[in-house]
Design a protein around this ligand. Structure first.
Ligand code: GRG
Length: 274
């Protein structure tokens, strides 16, 4: 948190834009992605502080995506994490720019103090995960799927981009920076594929039966927006089973080298309430 706030505060940017960025970055996010990236690096035997700037970059990209996702032309959500969405608090124009600024700042911080070939590779991987090989493509597919029936494969493709890519990048950066073998990288990626999909399914479950106060937003919004969700596809019971199967698969994937923290995190996410 300190590094994120310090980086934004010292920017030579218009005050309003900085306020909007700080508002969203400090609005109570769980910090799952940066924690996951740093934890992977630690499990692989390194000091997590060494990749703090990459961890901040991934959180900035995540925050940008949420600011833009809430805009009227996207999901049109007034509330996020129990507070007004960025565009409600600052206006659509400033929110759009705050999102843009956060995305570009992510690449600024990722390239700060990084001059190794591995670091350059990580910046490339981050760009791919955020853009057309990942989240950006998933968001577009999601928009195009509204108000029509899609297949199970299409649903998975949407979330592979929208949600899983930004979780998987955490493993990819940690593995690249730790210089581990292809075998270990694949195992870490499998862990992320599994917890990433489980995370989305749990998100859909919480949108149906979650506690609005804990979630900080109204439930049933997917249904009201005519969205295809895992719950509308498979029903609650099957979704819970699917989350458990994916969680076990994640834990198995990293069992050779996990110190227990990765399995604990996977189990926590499967039962999360917000
Ligand atoms: C076209 C390049 C391009 C980008 C589009 C708007 C957008 C960018 C992407 C939206 C992606 C999106 C909203 C994915 C949802 C992922 C998800 C389940 C987010 C919730 O994550 P949490 O629970 O959030 O970790 P907190 O609040 O804890 O930070």
């Amino acid at each position: 948190n300190e590094r994120l706030y310090e980086f934004i505060e010292k920017m030579d940017a218009p005050q309003k834009l900085k306020e909007a960025m700080l508002y969203s970055i400090s609005a109570g996010g769980k910090r799952l992605r940066p924690c996951l990236m740093m934890q992977f690096y630690k499990v692989l035997g390194y000091n997590p502080k060494e990749i703090l700037d990459f961890a901040c970059a991934v959180e900035m990209i995540h925050t940008y995506s949420l600011i833009h996702d809430d805009l009227p032309c996207m999901d049109d959500d007034d509330m996020r994490r129990g507070k007004q969405s960025c565009h409600i608090a600052f206006g659509e124009d400033i929110a759009l720019l705050a999102g843009d600024a956060m995305l570009t700042a992510a690449f600024e911080i990722a390239s700060e103090n990084t001059d190794t070939a591995n670091a350059v590779k990580c910046i490339n991987l981050l760009a791919k995960a955020a853009g057309m090989w990942g989240m950006g493509a998933g968001q577009c597919l999601d928009l195009q799927s509204e108000n029509r029936q899609i297949s199970a494969d299409e649903l998975k493709e949407i979330h592979k981009g929208k949600t899983v890519a930004m979780i998987k990048i955490c493993a990819q950066v940690a593995c690249a920076m730790a210089n581990v073998s292809q075998d270990v990288t694949l195992k870490c990626e499998k862990y992320c594929d599994n917890i990433g999909l489980a995370f989305q399914i749990r998100d859909d479950v919480l949108d149906k039966i979650g506690d609005e106060e804990l979630l900080g937003k109204p439930i049933n919004s997917d249904c009201e927006n005519n969205k295809n969700t895992y719950v509308s596809f498979y029903g609650l019971e099957k979704c819970n089973e699917y989350v458990d199967t994916l969680t076990s698969g994640a834990i198995d994937a990293v069992s050779d080298f996990d110190d227990g923290s990765l399995s604990k995190l996977a189990e926590y996410l499967a039962k999360r309430k917000h």
